[in-house]
Design a protein around this ligand. Sequence first.
Ligand code: PLP
Length: 370
Amino acid sequence: MMIRPVIRKERLFTPGPTPVPPFVTAAMARAAVLHHRHPEFREIWQRVCEGLPSLWGVSEPVVLLAGSGTAGMEALVANLFEPGEKVLVGSIGKFGERWVEIARQRGLDVVVVERPYGYALSADQVAAALAAHPDATGFLMQACETSTGVENPLGSMAEVFAGRSVLWVVDAISGMGTMPIEAAAWGIDGLVTASQKAWMLPPGLAMVYLSPRAWEKARRVRTRPYYLDLVRLRGAQEEGDSAFTPAIPLVIALGEVIDYIRRLGGLKSLIQNSQQLAEYCRRRLTEGRWTLFAKEHPASALTAVEVPPGLDGTLWVRKLREDYGLIVAGGQGSLKGRIFRVSHMGYVDLADVAGLMACLEEAYRSLVHG
Ligand SMILES: *Cc1c(COP(=O)(O)O)cnc(C)c1O
């Protein structure tokens, strides 16, 4: 018999936006009446500006931008490279292609280093590309490619980049808080993440880190943008201030999230949470005879599942929403209808993922057997 209970709680399993804890909603409601020059907000702002680098284990500041993750990607490109500079982009999916588009729009000379969808970049491939293009001043890639559910093995690339002047720029929008990323120890020069991924917040806030030498480079770039000028934003933060009106509700709630992650045991505990849920999710899916889309290095942030031949994945996604209230993500671009993606980043527990797995099976059964 088909199981289709009357009560359906809407739950987000999308790889951004992700579920928001009740304490975040409460903090954001409180924020609606606070001005950003008010002493109470200034105190929170300063606490967040100090709290992020300490949570991430870096000594350079983390710049807060009002904007989604892509604003942070664009800020990195526009602050670190002048038009005409040559950069390499390691692309393993849709967000790698976004790096290419942003860099081309900036007037950079872009060389694409690719792997097919479902695969990761390797340290050897990165080394070969650097050797072939010694004049490149940047190498852009993803930590986790959210369109395919694949992680790049960043840790193994650190020694390839060591001793080179090329700036290593990482889109860790879904990677931060879901996989180990030692920005300072590995020599990553630019890093971005965004509020609606592992940070348990609604969208609208990007967080950007630069290494000391990347800051030096940014100060020399004469064509830095206006709103996304990282040097100016950093300067304001160092004065305990914000250059523009900040995303006040998100900043206040981020203060609460930082405290919460500390109580969990720090960033490594949050990462372990994702890793364990990812492991569980993969086990349940493969036991259910389904195939993971990732051919190597499956991500901890999200899992991409191949839709069995003969079944339209968009129907499966719709059924999950209509019958069980579960919002999962379909495939993007050429993967539309062929895969769907479920997130286990941020504020997610075992009961959430186990419930999702049960509903996936129910939805599949009713699609196949009517
Ligand atoms: C979500 C995501 C983005 C896009 O971020 P927006 O906040 O939608 O601008 C870029 N890269 C990766 C890896 C992502 O997961």
